[in-house]
Design a protein around this ligand. Structure first.
Ligand SMILES: [Zn+2]
Length: 237
């Protein structure tokens, strides 16, 4: 167990520069091109160091120093503790892209399709491979049903104009993953997501009141909370 966690922490630190590069690339407002080069010096961006500063001009791009790295290490450790079967590869894939999506959504309130589609396609393919390796293809039906239910749950408010789109492909991918563990895990994840989003919203409202600012217009990105709920559900099961 300790060896697995140490390995996961090292792996988290190793992939963090690439994750940070993806955050900067996709954290752009709707309608703007992806940020593939430093806006100041024009240097092509792939990975970024933990300081978040451009290697060319030292300008800080994206999240603050060590933030992505800390989240990546924490999520990697949680996945290492929770993983005990062939579905682990799908879990690792979801963890990596999930960290990127959480930072992008927190920053620009959107979940870009290249990321959510890569997440959904990867999770689907890896779960099919895991189920076949494990000799129980039947579990895939439950994965599909939970995925469809989760996507519908986040698509309905969009149809009624209550929410922006973008959450449902993420919900589909996470639903498929949670379906591997059962409906209970999916309900735990949803409950944890709604609870943490509610607490965060209350905290923001209280902070606004304390500074005598209007409470109206506190917008919550749902992506980070859905991802957090999934980590909680997979860890608790
Ligand atoms: Zn630069």
């Amino acid at each position: 167990m300790i060896a697995a966690v140490v390995g996961a922490v090292l792996a988290g630190l190793l992939v963090a520069p690439a994750l940070r590069g993806l955050v900067v690339r996709y954290a752009v407002p709707e309608g703007e091109p992806w940020c593939t080069a430093c806006p100041l010096c024009g240097r092509t961006l792939r990975g970024l160091p933990p300081t978040g500063r451009c290697p060319g001009c030292r300008e800080r791009l994206g999240p603050g120093a060590w933030r992505v790295e800390l989240v990546a290490v924490a999520v990697a450790a949680a996945v290492a503790v929770a993983t005990d079967g062939p579905q682990g590869v799908a879990l690792v894939w979801a963890a990596g892209l999930g960290v990127v999506l959480a930072f992008v959504d927190a920053r620009v309130r959107r979940l870009p399709y290249p990321l959510t589609l890569a997440l959904a396609a990867g999770v689907a393919g890896l779960l099919v491979a895991a189920a076949l390796t494990d000799g129980r293809p039947g579990v895939l039906l439950r994965c599909l049903l939970v995925a469809l239910a989760a996507a519908a749950l986040f698509e309905l408010p969009v149809w009624f104009g209550l929410m922006g789109g973008g959450d449902s492909p993420l919900a589909f991918a996470l639903g498929a993953l949670l379906g591997w563990y059962g409906w209970g895990a999916a309900f735990t994840a949803l409950f944890a997501a709604v609870l943490s989003a509610g607490l965060w919203g209350l905290g923001r409202a209280a902070a606004a009141l304390a500074r005598r600012r209007p409470v109206r217009g506190i917008e919550l990105p749902m992506g980070p909370f859905l991802l957090l709920g999934t980590v909680v559900a997979v860890s608790l099961r």
